[in-house]
Design a protein around this ligand. Sequence first.
Ligand code: FE2
Ligand code: FE2
Length: 322
Amino acid sequence: MGSSATNWSGYVAAPIEALAAASPEYEVYVPRPNSPDLVLYRGRRVAVKPDDIGLLRSRGIERVYLMERDLPAFQRQLRDEMLAPGADVEPVQRAAAALFLARSSLQDAFASPKCEKLITASKALAEDITEHLADESLRVPELLGLVEHDYQTYTHACNVSVYSLLLARRLGIVEKVELEEIAAGGLLHDLGKRKVPAKLLNKHGPLTEEEWAVVCRHPGDGYRELVGRPDISWGMLMMVYQHHERADGSGYPAAILSDEIHPWARICAVADVFDALTSERPYRRPLPIREVCRTLRKQSESWFDPDIVDCLCAEMEEAPCV
Ligand SMILES: [Fe+2]
Ligand SMILES: [Fe+2]
């Protein structure tokens, strides 16, 4: 599973699957073995060949690094060559390119003090994500190698969006409009966390009762930001408001029971916890998939929808790398 535990300042990580560009206008770096440094892998205009991906993977490398100043050239190439209609690329490469672009746009949108920018960006990104990731042949374990696991706000939003989308697809939702709304709901589900101080979100130790009360306000705050907007459907709103509700009534903010939780919010709840457990946190490493699935299955007796947990974990446990 990819991790961005090591961050090189001035560089941006990209999954190796996003590297199908023939003749890059940017330099590509990889981590030097047994060293904290990056080393140049391909200079400008030196072609990256299809074999390179396999070679890098055989060396245990899942991420390549680009200089921040080269980011616009990389993004342009992803858009123009990998995501162009009719481009001859594998679904996993298309997904990698779409995810990389979505994450960059979302990072900009989250950095904006205006909530409106984030809402507008999320709607547009959800269409892109749905177009390039709702592909039947894309497997969740493949996706796991493409997403970042650093639990930054925009990374988490992006991951919850794609996990929710793939789960919805597996659970039989096929309408494009609904899938786009679910992807957008995933991107926006923690909108209310913009009001929670970062020191609380990143706190190492347990939260005090007062601090916990502040964190627990985020579903309601997100709901209030979005309610009444004609471009936000009821299902999207419920993903924002109910993603911390639990089937036995032990969740928040309203402590409702399973029947009252919107099906999309149930999907979002599983995607949310799955991303939290598979991500690097200040106080722990990402948990192994097997352990994550064991935890989710155990909790599905009282907290989650067992069909949704089963849908996610059955596919994960089939994967050879688990
Ligand atoms: Fe949340
Ligand atoms: Fe979340």
